[in-house]
Design a protein around this ligand. Structure first.
Ligand code: UD1
Length: 427
């Protein structure tokens, strides 16, 4: 088993380069299924979820290999339409294969997705959307069986602007002649990136980034090379780390527009922010102050994926802070762990009230999900004494070698192998 061992208290200083966005890479990898040919995805990062998606693709018959940092996926001939439970359950993004397999092969058998346990995470909108477009969808014994019947382009209104459902339906709609419109769709930058990928492959998707995305289906997609956007959540995590530890952090490869909400809260917390093209420079002006309130919501509101890290920040910011989680009902596994480190947090029904403390203290803690795990790393970096974090496989889902990046900035953090049996919940 691996753990992080962190000695807190070092100021972070220097430059950090942001990697490609996990939440763009995974749907784009699934989308490659639509293309009878070779897809080159540039600058692919070896997140553990990326390797899990490669396993799914190879099981379908894809040939997948690396050329330096580029991932080549050749889906010229697929031999299976099935995503078995052992491949689907390690990650949430396995569900992105439903739309593309159905579109390309006409039928699919796919197990329910897994991923971080941060709430119920239903997939009803993915399934009702597919049904609406004319697929027959049956749920039986832990599997979803879907088959193309009379597929018809039409308007689909989502009851919630789900990122995953928008992406799945966009991909499914590419195989249906005519115009499908997804109304009340998600507007996240990763949706725009997927639309750009489909368009570069010869498809026609308009309106991505607005409330209505329109897909003109029936166009044959061709081989392409594509570079996904960078990870706004990784950028945000490093900015919050800079705010918490002090020093000057230069975050390269970040798009300031995509982190507007975060930047305004960091400015409230007494940080100075300077943006130059794709670089964000953060310095702290004296003592951290409360950012007041954050409330998570669909883009462009405050991202749920940065909520846990902001909770870590609030626990050492002078004054009271309020954090309201509106997207995932149980995104709270980090709260008890932060309290073990001295944070004064009251948490009920997705609302956290934080009373900022002068210091956190090192403790033995355990990650319960990806972003909550990242919040413990941040807390460890500022805590007095040393912190150990178990279950870091959660953190590896969405950060590649986070410890190396923090070490390069001056943090004292090591990945260590430990003998003890850990109740390891991530697969
Ligand atoms: C994606 C991101 C995840 C991020 C989330 C919200 C990827 C790989 N993951 O997850 O990092 O935290 O967006 O920004 O891109 N819902 C339903 N029915 C559905 C689908 C969703 O009720 O069929 C609800 C969920 O329970 C949740 C909300 O919609 O409350 C948001 O989920 P969704 O936007 O679909 O998130 P994911 O695509 O799972």
């Amino acid at each position: 088993m691996e753990q992080f061992f962190i000695v807190g208290g070092n100021k972070l200083n220097g430059e950090v380069q942001i990697d490609s966005a996990k939440n763009s890479l995974l749907p784009i990898m699934a989308c490659s299924i639509l293309i009878e040919g070779q897809v080159r995805i540039e600058r692919v990062v070896g997140y553990s979820d990326v390797f899990a998606m490669i396993d799914i693709l190879e099981n379908l018959g894809s040939k997948v290999y690396w050329e330096k940092d580029d991932l080549i996926i050749d889906n010229s001939s697929l031999s299976s339409n099935e995503v078995p439970n052992e491949l689907a359950s390690p990650l949430r993004s396995s569900i992105f294969c439903l739309g593309p397999i159905l579109a390309r092969l006409g039928s699919v058998k796919i197990a329910y997705p897994g991923g971080c346990d941060i709430g119920l995470r239903p997939i009803d909108l993915h399934l009702s959307g597919a049904r609406n477009l004319g697929a027959k969808v049956v749920e039986k014994n832990g599997y979803i069986y879907a088959r193309k019947e009379k597929m018809q382009a039409k308007d689909i209104a989502l009851s919630f602007a789900s990122v995953g459902a928008t992406e799945n339906l966009m991909m499914l709609a590419t195989c249906i002649e005519g115009e499908t419109r997804i109304i009340n769709c998600a507007k996240e930058p990763e949706i725009v990136d997927l639309a750009n990928f489909i368009n570069k492959a010869g498809g026609r998707v308009c309106g991505a980034g607005t409330d209505v995305v329109s897909i003109q289906g029936g166009k044959k997609l061709h081989s392409l090379s594509f570079r996904p956007i960078t990870d706004r959540i990784e950028a945000g995590t490093f900015l919050i780390a800079g705010a918490m530890t002090g020093g000057e952090i230069v975050v390269k490869g970040a798009n300031p527009q995509q982190n507007q909400e975060l930047l305004s809260k960091l400015i409230k917390s007494a940080c100075k922010i300077k943006c130059e093209n794709d670089t964000i420079i953060l310095t702290r002006n004296g003592k951290l102050k409360s950012f007041g309130e954050i409330e998570t919501g669909v883009y462009p509101a405050f991202p749920t994926d940065l909520q846990s890290q902001m909770t870590a920040l609030s626990s050492i910011s002078d004054g009271y802070s309020l954090i309201i989680e509106n997207i995932f009902e149980s995104r709270n596994k980090h709260i008890g762990q932060l309290k073990k480190m001295g944070a004064d947090l009251i948490s009920r029904n997705g609302i956290v009230i934080a009373k900022g403390q002068k210091h956190l203290f090192g403790a033995d803690v355990s990650a319960g999900d990806l972003r909550g795990g990242a919040s413990l790393v941040l807390a460890g970096l500022v805590a007095q004494g040393y912190t150990t974090i178990d279950n870091i496989c959660y953190i590896d889902r969405g950060y590649k070698n986070i410890e190396e990046k923090f070490t390069a900035l001056g943090g004292d953090i090591k990945r260590v192998k430990v003998e003890k049996e850990i109740n390891n919940q991530c697969m």
